[in-house]
Design a protein around this ligand. Structure first.
Ligand SMILES: Nc1ncnc2c1ncn2[C@@H]1O[C@H](COP(=O)(O)OP(=O)(O)OP(=O)(O)O)[C@@H](O)[C@H]1O
Length: 265
């Protein structure tokens, strides 16, 4: 980028005044209520917030899976709003990686074929060296011919991480990527994600309910009622948990906060 580049050029993902409204008239819900935020290249961001605060909606809008009601989403400076469905699908396939709680692997395919699926869908021939490297990175070189059903949950999620990394996407979005894993496997997966950011300059955005998972991020953003209300840089899990408690995320406070501020608009 040159000196004339936008001051936001380092943001891989940028949302500007994004609103996402579901429903009609008095049943309307502003799931995102005017969100402006930039996610810089090579950073690991966790998004937390009480149930119903808009985390999934944020992820879906930021990843081009859903269109905002108003406002803009930019990926590497490119405005997604004018893109047609086919162009969005291509962009998601080629420039965005996804990791889901439920792994979403194809059960009939072995590890290598699952990992290389995004390349083949994009009409690109997988290079053996690149596949070997990504399997090595996630510690699955010895399991390359196994099917998902023959792997543990943590190993399956590592296959999904390899599948996300192989296209060298601009950004990887994780939707509760450790939600189905035990503590040990979750820590392994988070360490891998952290390394992909630190060593390979990957940009990573993860929605999570788990303060321990969030504490692996550089920055934790807190959503409440469709707006980012605060953040913590390099927090401990305890600091994240405390902030969540203040947002009324756990226990009786949660219902009180939602009833008080009213998520529906
Ligand atoms: N398709 C939809 N139709 C109507 N309302 C929706 C739809 N999707 C989400 N909402 C509403 O938008 C708000 C935000 O939902 P969202 O799923 O983004 O929250 P969340 O923070 O991800 O919640 P959770 O932690 O429980 O998964 C909620 O009030 C929800 O009921």
């Amino acid at each position: 980028m040159t000196g004339t580049a936008s001051p936001y050029a380092r943001d891989v993902v940028r949302l500007e005044s994004v609103r996402k409204v579901y429903g009609r008239s008095k049943n309307q819900v502003a799931a995102l209520d005017g969100v402006t935020i930039g996610l810089p290249r090579g950073t690991f961001t966790a998004v937390m917030g009480p149930s119903g605060s808009g985390k999934s909606t944020f992820l879906h809008c930021a990843a081009g899976l859903d269109r905002p009601t108003s406002g803009k989403v930019l990926l590497d400076g490119e405005d997604l709003s004018p893109l047609k469905e086919r162009e969005l699908t291509k962009l998601r396939r080629e420039r965005i990686g996804f990791i889901f709680q439920a792994f979403n692997l194809l059960p009939a395919l072995n590890v290598v074929d699952n990992v290389t699926m995004p390349l083949r869908l994009a009409g690109r021939r997988p290079k053996k060296a690149a596949v070997d490297e990504v399997l090595e990175r996630v510690g699955l070189s010895a399991r390359r011919n196994n099917r998902p059903g023959e792997l543990s949950g943590g190993q399956q999620q590592r296959v999904a991480i390899a599948r996300a990394l192989i296209t060298q996407p601009a950004v990887i979005f994780g939707d509760e990527p450790t939600g189905a894993l035990d503590t040990y496997a979750a820590r392994e997966v988070l360490t891998l994600l952290r390394e992909a950011v630190r060593e390979a300059g990957q940009t990573m955005v993860m929605v999570t309910h788990d303060p321990v998972a969030a504490a692996h991020a550089d920055r934790v953003l807190f959503l409440a009622d469709g707006q980012f209300v605060s953040h913590l840089d390099w927090p401990t899990a305890d600091q994240v948990a405390e902030r969540m408690t203040h947002l009324g995320a756990w226990g009786q406070d949660s219902a009180a906060v939602r009833a008080g501020h009213g998520v529906p608009r």
